[in-house]
Design a protein around this ligand. Structure first.
Ligand code: PBG
Length: 323
């Protein structure tokens, strides 16, 4: 034998030397679920170990994340039922929970990169990501609201808005609206390749945002397709996206790799709620070692091309990396 592949696997030291993919805290974006109230900390039933926090506790959580080296949070709010409508009224309320949360976090930790979810579903009486008319999700009217919503988040101090709705043309409309309002330092992280996935189930429990009728297949992508992901992503880059995203992550690593090979902007992955729940459930049954699974999964996502990973395991992963 003249080639012995096992030589480079001999010891932990040599394995560390030749490891190609190293996770670090600044890879992670921590999603946060925010609810009204004071000192509220509600565990999400289908996401054991993950919580909806009131704003005061959210700020504590954000401080802890920052102290651990995590640079970014992605904000989601749980909107009260009585504030939901079919117009996105609460989504653009300058005193809404989202807008107050952005202000509160930026005030407490000015350096933290605050990203915000831009989509109507948490605010929609129909649980859809857009304005509904005759059982249809109307594209262009929705895009106008998303642009106003983005400006409202920017006014509150958001660093990056993250449209997760999959309407056509929204990135350009948002960029133009930000420019028109002099927010030339506010970026856009586009959920570019977002699939209609069963893995969002626990998230919809967390925000009480499940669609009231039908599904999201007329706007989110069909998981049978890959070339469509390239089309969507290249268009978002042309329209002004600073970061593009593939979502979910683990079942879509082929998409991640294709996108990474085709764009020059940073690519982010969303390791979604259902992916978190699967690991938690198997670990609870004693069928998987949670800590090992977390590091293997997150490393695989980065190896596939992700520059950034939004994950509910962000804090756990940093602790594991440090130990
Ligand atoms: C809202 C939104 C969803 C997620 C992020 N933003 C749900 C959906 O599209 O139905 C899912 C995140 C997760 O499952 O962790 N547009």
């Amino acid at each position: 034998m003249i080639r012995r592949n096992r030589i480079l696997r001999t010891s932990p030291a040599i394995r560390a030397m030749v490891a190609e993919t190293i996770l670090t805290p600044s890879d992670f974006i921590a999603p946060l679920f925010i609810t009204e109230g004071e000192n509220v900390r509600e565990e999400i039933a289908s996401m054991p170990g993950y919580y909806r926090h009131s704003l005061d506790n959210t700020i504590k959580e954000a401080r802890e994340l920052w102290s651990m080296g995590i640079k970014s949070v992605l904000l989601f709010i749980k909107c009260a039922d009585e504030l939901k409508d079919n117009k996105g009224t609460e989504a653009v309320n300058p005193d809404g929970l989202m807008q107050r949360a952005i202000k509160g976090i930026k005030q407490a930790i000015p350096e933290m990169v605050v990203m915000t979810d831009v989509a109507l579903d948490p605010y929609s009486s129909y649980g859809h990501d857009g304005i509904v008319k005759d059982q249809e999700i109307v594209n262009d009217v929705t895009v106008e609201v998303l642009a106003r919503m983005s400006v409202s988040h920017a006014q509150a101090g958001a660093d990056i808005v993250a449209p997760s709705d999959m309407m056509d043309g929204r990135i350009l409309a948002i960029r133009q609206a930000l420019e028109a309002n002099n927010f030339d330092k506010v970026g856009i992280m586009a959920y570019s390749a977002k699939y209609a996935s069963c893995f969002y189930g626990p998230f919809r429990d967390a925000l009480d945002s499940a669609p009231g009728f039908g599904d999201k297949k007329t706007y989110q992508m069909d998981y049978a397709n890959s070339r469509e992901a390239i089309k969507e992503t290249l268009m978002d880059v042309e329209e002004g996206a600073d970061i593009v995203m593939v979502k979910p992550a683990l079942a879509y690593l082929d998409i991640m790799r294709m996108i990474k090979d085709r764009v020059t902007v940073p690519v982010s992955a969303y390791h979604v709620s259902g992916e978190y729940a699967m690991v938690k459930a198997a670990a609870k049954m004693g069928w998987l070692n949670e800590e090992k699974a977390v590091l293997e999964i997150l490393t695989s996502i980065k190896r596939a091309g992700a520059d950034l990973i939004a994950t509910y395991f962000a804090k756990d992963a940093v602790k594991l990396l440090q130990s």
